[in-house]
Design a protein around this ligand. Structure first.
Ligand SMILES: [Zn+2]
Length: 90
């Protein structure tokens, strides 16, 4: 009695997805990601925008498993490979 039940480590927990992400351009935590579904074309796209510096990017999501966190990761990759147009200052 009194034996503790071993808690199984849940790996596939639903992660808490933050509503804002850190912007790779200006460093502020004001990067918003929206997943937009197109019912006609049956496609999904991520719209990424930063409220601080005006960074804006859209990309198609090829799979349903791609959530905001996934889109953010892809976006970061694209940003650092120069595929994301950076808003001009001044
Ligand atoms: Zn920014």
């Amino acid at each position: 009695m009194g034996r503790r039940r071993r808690r199984r480590k849940i790996i596939r927990r639903v992660p808490k997805i933050p509503s804002v992400f850190q912007c790779p351009n200006c460093g502020a935590n004001t990067l918003l990601i929206d997943i937009i579904k197109d019912k006609e074309k049956k496609t999904r796209k991520a719209v990424i925008r930063c409220a601080s510096c005006g960074l804006y990017y859209e990309m198609e999501l090829e799979s349903d498993i791609m959530d905001k966190a996934y889109a953010y990761g892809l976006f970061i990759d694209k940003f650092y490979s120069g595929e994301v147009p950076v808003p001009e200052e001044e």
